[in-house]
Ligand binder design. Structure first.
Ligand code: ADP
Ligand code: MG
Length: 266
């Protein structure tokens, strides 16, 4: 694999959309795998109690495994929970498990409840990575807010279907509040169109609407709907390693290449 340009300093990229099933986790895992296979050092922070990103990276996340819950709630250092993903050199994961489901409530009474992930990242040597990708749960609760406060960039995956744009206003309003009060540097840098079905006119229409509305932060690469993408997690793999020649793997690799070559430009 050819090496891609690496950023001058670690890019912390939050992957959020409060809708479930739009491809947040799939995007986190496959971009991370692609970047790592092209020479970057990448950490995936799993911030969803479902632990789907941990599963897809083949990382252990039983209830007794040290996890991001311990970091957010018990002040455990990130260094104590980060583990290498088994298949890909340079790829690491901060796993999540079901304990995290309680964190949404437990955070409410914590000091600096919105900034706990940011503080953990600041206390950690993120310079050992080129990218930190934060996979969010499907809500705009305190976990996602922590991810928005902890990140420098926001990547929004948008599924090419009818209701795709409906929740985006609410997400952008949350981002604006976070920028105004908690993280002025947050940059909505990237939009990725996911699960594109080339057979439907609707998908093309949604893609066009998104491009008209958001302009060139939308990556040129579109991720097609592909069964291989949905099969990969059950083997504890990204589609990049599970079936490197599949349309989904090629698209995610192309999207990651665009991100690496564009940098974080506004
Ligand atoms: P989210 O994290 O936003 O809830 P996921 O990444 O878990 O969404 O994706 C939701 C479901 O759709 C999963 O079962 C996943 O395997 C599947 N999926 C995601 N992207 C694709 C794709 N490009 N083609 C086919 N299935 C996909
Ligand atoms: Mg998910």
């Amino acid at each position: 694999n050819k090496e891609w340009p690496r950023p001058p300093k670690c890019r912390v990229i939050t992957i959020a959309n409060q809708k479930g099933g739009v491809g947040k986790t799939t995007t986190s895992v496959n971009l991370a795998a692609s970047l790592a296979l092209h020479g970057a050092r990448v950490l995936v922070v799993d911030l969803d109690p479902q632990g789907n990103a941990s599963t897809a990276l083949g990382v252990e996340h039983r209830a007794d495994v040290p996890s991001i819950y311990d970091v957010l709630i018990e002040d455990k250092p990130l260094a104590d929970i980060v583990v290498p993903a088994p298949d890909i050199p340079g790829l690491y994961c901060a796993p999540a498990n079901l304990n995290l489901a309680g964190a949404e409530i437990e955070l409410v009474s914590k000091v600096a409840r919105e900034s706990r992930l940011r503080r953990a990242l600041d206390a950690y040597d993120t310079s050992q990575f080129d990218y930190v990708l934060i996979d969010c749960p499907p809500s705009l609760g305190l976990l996602t807010v922590n991810a928005l406060v902890g990140g420098d960039e926001l990547l929004i995956p948008i599924q090419c279907e009818y209701y795709a744009l409906e929740g985006l206003g609410q997400l952008i309003r949350t981002v604006d509040l976070v920028k105004a009060h908690l993280n002025p540097g947050l940059n909505v840098s990237t939009i990725l169109l996911t699960m594109y079905d080339a057979r439907t006119r609707l998908a093309a229409q949604v893609a066009e609407d998104v491009r008209n509305h958001f302009g060139d932060i939308v990556l040129n690469t579109v991720i097609p709907r592909s069964v291989r993408v949905s099969e990969a997690p059950s083997y504890g793999q990204s589609v990049i390693t599970y079936d490197p020649g599949s349309s989904g793997a090629l698209a995610y690799s192309e999207a990651a290449s665009e991100m690496a070559h564009r940098g974080a430009a506004k």
